[in-house]
Design a protein around this ligand. Structure first.
Ligand code: NAP
Length: 271
């Protein structure tokens, strides 16, 4: 079995990485940055975003596993003191029955530029378009029909697993990752008697798409997960549920709603 480790680079993550390499060697696992079967992310959910984008061209062939070194994560759900158990279950045929590969939807972002070219990206959490210095002005179409003229800080289009990240801070709803959908959430829209946007977030099913046409004369910041670029050459952006999916290896059940409960509510709700 071939594996690779992506870590956050802090002292604890580096120590755990070293420990995982030793455990992996004892099980005869082969370290490979070209064609790993498993990619172990050690750090936080942000580390998983780095791991995902590092192996973006091999998503079909890789199962990701996350060990969190800080608070409990959504993508990183093993604790540091479970590292030996993780290495054991990854390598034990007897545990293979417990291995479940879950496939989470991604958002596809197709950006058409002024020279007529279209570049396609995928995001694990979300895509955001934000104004730089000035308000973002952009027409939003849904399924090729004009929906609204957006004015405000920006627009966030998230995946179901990304719905607990930036989208949640924007009051978007949380979507179970078994639902193939994307969510459009507004970032500080301007709403008054002159300008009008829906104000609520919208959830599009797999067979729908939306197009954003940003006002040509303005510069904006385009973000895909943790990756950011300032652009002024964009004509339109089409977002839809991607045909590709990310695979996570689960060696034991850890339901999404339990992760939501532990991350945002915790055990102190009686206080
Ligand atoms: P980052 O430090 O890597 O991430 C920012 C925070 O978002 C961290 O606490 C991270 O958890 C958490 N996070 C990432 N993915 C998550 C998910 N799916 N569900 C719940 N929490 C999640 O920051 P970055 O490198 O600039 O950007 C990466 C991500 O940050 C973006 O994809 C965006 O979702 C998020 N972000 C959130 C806000 C906000 O909530 N207001 C604003 C900007 C960006 P860990 O500590 O476990 O890594």
């Amino acid at each position: 079995m071939k594996y690779f480790v992506v870590d956050r680079g802090d002292e604890i993550s580096l120590k755990l990485t070293e420990q995982f390499h030793q455990l992996a060697a004892s099980y005869g696992m082969i370290l490979s940055d070209e064609s790993p079967d498993y990619v172990v992310s050690i750090g936080g959910d942000g580390t998983m975003l780095h791991a995902f984008h590092r192996f973006i061209n091999r998503l079909n062939d890789i199962a990701f596993v996350g060990i969190h070194t800080g608070r409990l994560g959504f993508y990183a759900d093993w604790t540091p003191d479970e590292i030996e158990e993780l290495a054991r279950v990854m390598n034990s045929p007897a545990e293979a029955d417990h291995l479940r590969i879950v496939r989470y939807p991604l958002v596809e972002i197709a950006i058409t530029t002024k020279n007529g070219e279209t570049e396609t990206h995928v995001a694990l959490n979300e895509f955001t378009l934000r104004g730089i210095e000035e308000t973002l002005v952009a027409q939003l179409n849904i399924n090729d029909v004009t929906f609204e003229m957006f004015r405000g800080d920006g627009i966030c289009i998230s995946t179901p697993s990304g719905s607990t990240a930036y989208n949640k801070a924007l009051n978007g709803g949380l979507i179970h990752p078994s639902i193939e959908a994307i969510q459009i959430a507004e970032i500080a829209s301007i709403n008054n008697r002159v300008f009008r946007t829906l104000g609520s977030s919208m959830i599009l099913p797999k067979h729908h798409h939306c197009d954003i046409y940003p006002h040509a004369k303005r510069r904006f910041l385009l973000s895909i997960d943790h990756l950011h670029a300032q652009r002024s050459d964009v004509v339109s952006i089409r977002c839809r549920v991607s045909d590709r999916k990310v695979h996570f290896a689960r060696f034991r059940p850890y339901p999404f709603w339990s992760r939501v409960q532990r991350a945002f509510i915790g055990d102190d709700f009686n206080k």
